[in-house]
Design a binder for this molecule. Structure first.
Ligand SMILES: Cc1ncc(COP(=O)(O)O)c(C=O)c1O
Length: 395
């Protein structure tokens, strides 16, 4: 899409936006997809232009047309002013936080955050004399009580990694605004389609594009989308740290984005069906899925989100490690591995009790995180049914 079309395209439905944003086929000889520009050196036609850096692209690290096409597309779809791509979702987290802190700063971090984000705070920010206070993810407006004179940002992730607490982002945004703090959100679970961060007062939205945007488990990629006020800080942080995505990865992100709305609708449908089915299994104590009425923050999810992706957790009734292994090791369709957001179903066991610090993780039995992929749900149920049988037979 040419930039002059951008404004009018913003009014289109999101399923149309993901197909058309960040593309201008006729600028590429009519080829539908933006091509992969690989490169480090970018030549200048004159010394004057070189000295003034007077052209759209100056060096492979600072940007390429391939990355820029996806940046424009995500900014438009997520509703922010600008997007900066990074080499991974984790790098999007670290680049975004480092954009706003300096030695002596204090930040507020949700206790339910993706564990490597926690490690970044505990092992890297601490070295830079930046202090982190973890807070209860469901604290809402109560977060005001944790603000100190040197607090600079509030980091949220909703729902929380693995444990799926839904945060009251509008209430937290109100506090952030009152105290002039930056509000950051890891919006990966909802993707740019199912939560509109900038309509809820968020300044910076982080996507592990590795998940649903790439969508095929074949590339690492991150995206930081921000408001006009936050964008220059993000751009500077990205530049100073030499953050850049690979061209091939940016291309795969663009290609994945085109089918995001369709894939996500199916992940949502199958995910809710599987969550309901699991909720009725005798082996399951609880299901942690924001779209289920049994979820403690279901009302907040209903109020703020536009949908649910395919990732949720369950707590089993008490089971031995041998029973759990019998169930998981024999699964045929559910793969076991980290990450999610691809087309395939996945499962991992998890236990946050060892690292939570502001809240206590209490579970009746072992916890499992599921990603429901694009397979037929009857086949997925049969796979799990056989797994539950093995669990019941083991000791
Ligand atoms: C919520 C969330 N944020 C960030 C990341 C990091 O993304 P990446 O694996 O691309 O570094 C992940 C990865 O699992 C994640 O689940």
């Amino acid at each position: 899409m040419s930039s002059s079309d951008k404004k009018s395209k913003r009014k289109l439905h999101q399923a149309t936006n993901v197909v058309h944003s960040g593309r201008d086929p006729h600028a590429n000889f009519g080829f539908v997809n933006p091509p992969v520009y690989r490169g480090s050196t970018v030549l200048f036609p004159t010394v004057e232009k070189l000295l003034k850096r007077d052209q759209p692209y100056v060096y492979g690290r600072t940007n390429t047309p391939t990355a820029k096409a996806l940046e424009e597309a995500i900014a438009q779809v997520e509703g922010g002013e600008a997007t900066a791509l990074t080499a991974s979702g984790y790098q999007a987290v670290s680049t975004a936080i480092l954009a706003f802190v300096s030695a002596g700063s204090h930040i507020l971090m949700t206790d339910s955050v993706y564990h490597p984000t926690r490690s970044f705070c505990d092992k890297m920010l601490s070295k830079l004399n930046v202090e982190t206070t973890y807070y209860d993810p469901v604290i809402g407006a109560g977060i005001e009580g944790l603000i100190r004179p040197n607090t600079v940002l509030i980091f949220t992730e909703s729902p929380g990694s693995q444990t799926f607490e839904v945060q009251d982002i509008p209430a937290i945004a109100k506090v952030a605004k009152k105290h002039d703090l930056w509000l950051l959100l890891d919006n990966t679970w909802a993707s740019p389609l199912y939560f509109r961060p900038f309509e809820h007062g968020v300044d910076v939205s982080i996507q592990a594009a590795t998940k649903y945007i790439v969508g095929h488990a074949d590339a690492m990629l991150g995206a930081i989308t921000s408001t006009a006020r936050a964008a220059p800080h993000i751009a500077r942080s990205k530049d100073l740290m030499g953050v850049c995505p690979g061209s091939e990865e940016a291309y795969l992100g663009s290609r994945g984005l085109r089918t995001l709305a369709t894939r996500l609708a199916q992940h949502q449908k199958s995910g809710i069906e599987m969550a309901n089915w699991l909720e009725n299994r005798p082996e399951v104590a609880r299901v942690l899925h924001p779209a289920l009425p049994s979820h403690p923050q279901h009302d907040i999810w209903k109020r703020d989100f536009l949908g649910a992706s395919g990732l949720f957790s369950i707590i089993l009734k008490p089971a031995t490690p041998a029973q759990l292994a019998a169930m998981l090791d024999g699964l045929k369709l559910f793969g076991m591995g980290f990450s999610w957001g691809g087309y395939e179903s996945l499962v991992i066991p998890f236990d946050p009790s060892g690292y939570r610090s502001a809240t206590k993780w209490e579970a009746e039995g072992p916890a499992l995180r599921f990603h429901i992929g694009l397979e037929d749900v009857d086949d997925l149920k049969a796979d799990l049914e056989a797994g539950f049988k093995r669990l019941g037979a083991a000791r």
